[in-house]
Ligand binder design. Structure first.
Ligand SMILES: O=P(O)(O)OC[C@H]1O[C@H](O[C@H]2O[C@H](CO)[C@@H](O)[C@H](O)[C@H]2O)[C@H](O)[C@@H](O)[C@@H]1O
Length: 261
C-alpha cells in the first residue's frame, strides 16, 4: 500500500472481516477493448480476487453487464463468497445462482427500433444484453461526434419505451429505471452490516457508487481506474486494471501482514 494510506484503507486492513470491496468490471477489472464480446479480466485478476475474497467480509462486482457475463468474462466463479450485481444492480449472482426480475416490457420496442435508428452509421454496434441494450460508437471513425449525434434520438427511443439512458465510454445504454450502482452498493453495505468499504470504477455509471461510499458514513475509499478517456475525482487514482489489481494485491498483503501468526 502507499506510504500514507487513506483512513478508509487503514480501516479495511485493521478489520478486514467488516470490509466490503466493490468493483466495477469493464475498465476496472477488464481492460477496455473495441469489441465488448472480447472483453476479459486482466490475467492477474482471478488470483488477486480469490486471495482477497478469502480475507475480507465480501467482494462484490457491480456492473452494467449481465451478472452471468461478468462471471464468465471475469473467470469469477471461484472467488470465495463473491456476489455479482449485474445490470446496475437489477440482477444478483451468488454461489452459482442468478436472481433477476422480469425483463422490462419496453425492451421489445427498443429491440425493434434500435437497429433502424443506427442504420447507416458506420462502426456503430448494438449490444443486446436481454434486460438492456447498448449502442457503441468506439469503432466509428469519429466516436465522440457519433456519440453526440446519436444522443438525442437514443434518448427519445428510451423515453418512448419507458427506459433511461445510461451514458458511458463511447456507449449509450437503454436500461430500466429505478436502480443504479449507488443504490445497489448502499443496499449491499446495509445487508452485510459493513464497517468499511472500497469501490473501484472507471466510468460515469460508477459515480453513483462513489457517492454511495461517501454517503455511507463508513470509513471508505473511492478508486478511479484511470484512462485518458474520462477524468473522475476519487481518493486514489491508479493506472487502469493493472493498477487496480496491484492496489488490491497490496491490500491483501497488508491484511496478511497484520494477521496474528
Ligand atoms: O459497469 P461496467 O462493468 O463497467 O460495464 C459498463 C459497460 O461496459 C461495456 O462497454 C465498455 O467496455 C467495452 C469493452 O471493453 C468497450 O468496448 C466499450 O466502449 C465500453 O463502453 C459493455 O459493453 C456495456 O454493456 C456495459 O454497460
Amino acid at each position: 500500500m502507499t506510504a500514507n494510506p487513506p483512513d478508509g484503507l487503514k480501516a479495511i486492513v485493521a478489520d478486514p472481516g467488516g470490509a466490503v470491496i466493490g468493483l466495477d468490471f469493464d475498465g476496472t477489472l477488464s481492460p477496455i477493448v473495441s469489441d465488448p464480446a472480447e472483453a476479459r479480466i486482466h490475467p492477474d485478476g482471478p488470483e488477486v480476487l480469490v486471495r482477497l475474497g478469502g480475507l475480507v467480509g465480501a467482494v462484490v462486482v457491480v456492473t452494467g453487464r449481465p451478472a452471468a457475463t461478468a462471471v464468465e468474462y471475469g473467470s469469477l466463479a471461484g472467488v470465495p463468497g463473491l456476489v455479482v450485481l449485474g445490470h446496475y444492480g437489477l440482477e444478483r449472482w451468488e454461489a452459482g445462482a442468478l436472481a433477476a426480475p422480469p425483463v422490462h416490457p419496453g425492451l421489445d420496442l427498443v429491440r425493434a427500433g434500435l437497429p433502424r435508428l443506427v442504420e447507416g452509421w458506420d462502426g456503430v454496434r448494438v449490444e443486446d444484453k436481454e434486460r438492456a441494450m447498448a449502442v457503441h460508437t468506439r469503432q466509428a471513425a469519429d466516436p465522440w461526434a457519433t456519440l453526440e449525434a446519436l444522443r438525442e434520438p437514443v434518448a427519445a427511443l428510451a423515453a418512448e419505451a419507458g427506459l433511461v439512458v445510461e451514458p458511458g465510454k463511447f456507449v449509450l445504454e437503454l436500461r430500466p429505471p429505478g436502480m443504479d450502482k449507488g443504490m445497489a452498493l448502499s443496499a449491499f453495505l446495509r445487508e452485510r452490516a459493513a464497517r468499511s468499504v472500497l469501490f473501484a470504477g472507471d466510468d460515469l455509471g460508477d459515480l453513483a457508487a462513489f457517492a454511495a461510499v461517501r454517503a455511507s458514513g463508513l470509513p471508505g475509499v473511492t478508486v478511479f481506474s484511470g484512462s485518458p478517456e474520462i477524468e473522475v475525482e476519487a481518493d486514489i487514482v491508479v493506472d487502469g486494471p493493472p493498477g487496480v489489481l496491484e492496489l488490491l494485491g497490496s491490500i491483501a498483503d497488508a491484511i496478511e501482514g497484520e494477521a496474528p501468526r
